[in-house]
Design a protein around this ligand. Structure first.
Ligand SMILES: *[C@@H]1O[C@H](CO)[C@@H](O)[C@H](O)[C@H]1NC(C)=O
Ligand SMILES: *[C@@H]1O[C@H](CO)[C@@H](O)[C@H](O)[C@H]1NC(C)=O
Ligand SMILES: *[C@@H]1O[C@H](CO)[C@@H](O)[C@H](O)[C@H]1NC(C)=O
Length: 454
């Protein structure tokens, strides 16, 4: 990691981890599951904070312009935000603005995770902002195509700016309080862009696993999955990587054989329907790839059904079943475990069903907005993993004021998650580095406050 600091551009910290969200829906279900798991423990935490904590966190709504770039369009929508002011020192204290990404944003966003954990050290006010068109921040008219043209990262950044100004007035925040943006994954990219585009409003940003480059054919995703499966630091090995290939080759062989082999495959993988159509076979392989990719992407995270170490154990040991000890059997067992933890009876792979779900313009109150995110990947980012995310991020310092940090054994946005006793030394060191970087920046902010520069 390289950390430099210069005053001409201002600070931006890009943190990259192994492992983001691909359009493949199983991967998104896994992400949703993990987020909900972490959210539910966050609500529990809210109750154990002592006197006065019952009122935490506070929720609020900002009236935002639907199209701030068109002066004759006065339509607006309500954008949700959460506030945790329990550590805030008020006067001149920093503001940690946790940006939401392509999903619902719950109270845990200001109560748990890294921004909240860092708040006491500096007496920061923690605010989180749900992204337009996700969660409950959906404009009137829902998810119709005519409306979705108001969904973009540019408009989301405009929301960050107007929220920053409105919240300053609302909470009577001093003009010398530094605002630091935090975000993970796509929201991490937003945090980085907010800092780069609006340095007069955002003093610094911490961007975790942020894919800041758009790419159509994202084959590098699987390259990283592959390297991770071989990484001994997280329980992988050359043998494990080879076992995944053998298991997938066996699935493909059975798919090609048709007939009885294909019918058996359907039962063995708990697939929801027949596998005859080529498009469904492709979806099935995509779901299995997302399963393995998801294990890598969310390795070691609270609520993840399997770690890389466990997956490798299953593939190499056939799930400990002597009579069925082939990598294919291990993969079957992995599918069962993941389906069980997602509460699903069978593995869904129907292209027609997927398309029907994506066509629905009814906002989903669940964690992730599949239709909206597909729209954003189509219009802005690509990210179709023909095959993790840090390859699209910045893992080498760009210049004197933009430091980067690669946490080798970390998974996607793991540094943003709540601390746990089981955290790896490299993750601890990574979080410490972020802490020290913030310390340097906030000291700089203090100095400029004294000089009256901010
Ligand atoms: C701006 O808003 C007006 C009023 O809603 C609308 O008629 C016009 O088409 C909009 N312009 C663009 C470029 O969207
Ligand atoms: C807002 O904060 C300033 C100090 O920054 C203080 O003088 C003023 O009284 C505050 N106003 C309200 C309404 O709290
Ligand atoms: C091994 O796998 C087979 C087929 O899934 C199953 O019937 C059997 O009970 C398993 N044996 C053990 C010891 O788990």
């Amino acid at each position: 990691m390289a950390v430099w600091l210069a005053q001409w551009l201002g600070p931006l910290l890009l943190v990259s981890l192994w492992g983001l969200l691909a359009p493949a829906s199983l991967l998104r279900r896994l992400g949703e599951h993990i987020q909900q798991f972490q959210e539910s423990s966050a609500q529990g935490l809210g109750l154990s904070l002592g006197p006065g904590a019952a009122a935490l966190p506070k929720v609020g709504w900002l009236e935002q312009l639907l199209d701030p770039f068109n002066v004759s369009d006065r339509r607006s929508f309500l954008q949700r935000y959460w506030v945790n002011d329990q550590h805030w020192v008020g006067q001149d204290g920093p503001i940690f603005l946790h940006l939401g990404g392509e999903g619902i944003l719950g109270p845990g966003s200001v109560m748990r995770g890294h921004p909240a954990a860092l708040a006491p050290a500096w007496g920061a006010l923690v605010i989180s902002l749900e992204h337009r068109f996700y969660g409950l921040s959906i404009p009137a008219g829902g998810l119709e195509m005519a409306q979705l043209r108001f969904l973009s990262s540019r408009l989301a950044l405009a929301d960050v700016v107007s929220a920053r100004l409105a919240l300053s007035r609302l909470f009577n925040i001093s003009s010398s309080s530094p605002w630091i943006c935090f975000g993970g994954s796509y929201a991490g990219s937003l945090a980085a862009w907010a800092r780069l585009k609006f340095p007069h409003l955002i003093f610094a940003s911490v961007a975790s696993s942020a894919p800041v480059r758009a790419v159509l054919d994202f084959s590098e995703y699987n390259d990283v999955v592959s390297r991770s499966l071989m990484s001994t630091a997280i329980g992988g090995s050359l043998e494990c990587r080879a076992a995944v290939s053998v298991a997938f080759a066996e699935v493909e062989r059975r798919l090609r054989s048709g007939g009885a082999a294909q019918a058996a495959l359907r039962t063995e993988l708990s697939a929801c329907g027949p596998l005859g159509r080529a498009e469904n076979q492709a979806e099935l392989l995509g779901a299995l790839q997302a399963l393995v990719g998801g294990v890598v992407q969310y390795d070691g995270q609270t609520g993840a059904p399997l770690s890389v170490r466990q997956l490798c154990g299953l593939l190499l040991g056939g799930g400990g079943n002597r009579s069925h000890s082939t990598p294919y059997c291990g993969l079957r067992r992995a599918v069962q475990i993941v389906l069980h933890s997602l509460g699903q009876k069978c593995l869904s792979f129907s292209r027609a069903e997927t398309v029907a779900q994506l066509r629905s313009t009814e906002p989903q109150l669940s964690g992730v907005g599949d239709r909206q995110w597909l729209y954003q990947t189509c219009t802005e980012f690509g990210f179709w993993d023909t095959d993790p995310w840090h390859v699209l991020s910045v893992t080498q310092a760009l210049g004197s004021s933009e430091s980067t940090l690669l946490i080798r054994t970390g998974s996607h946005c793991l540094d943003m998650a709540p601390e746990r006793p089981s955290d790896s030394p490299s993750l601890r060191l990574g979080r410490q580095n972020i802490f020290q970087q913030l310390q340097t920046w906030l000291k700089l902010a203090k100095e400029s406050q004294i000089k009256g520069e901010v």
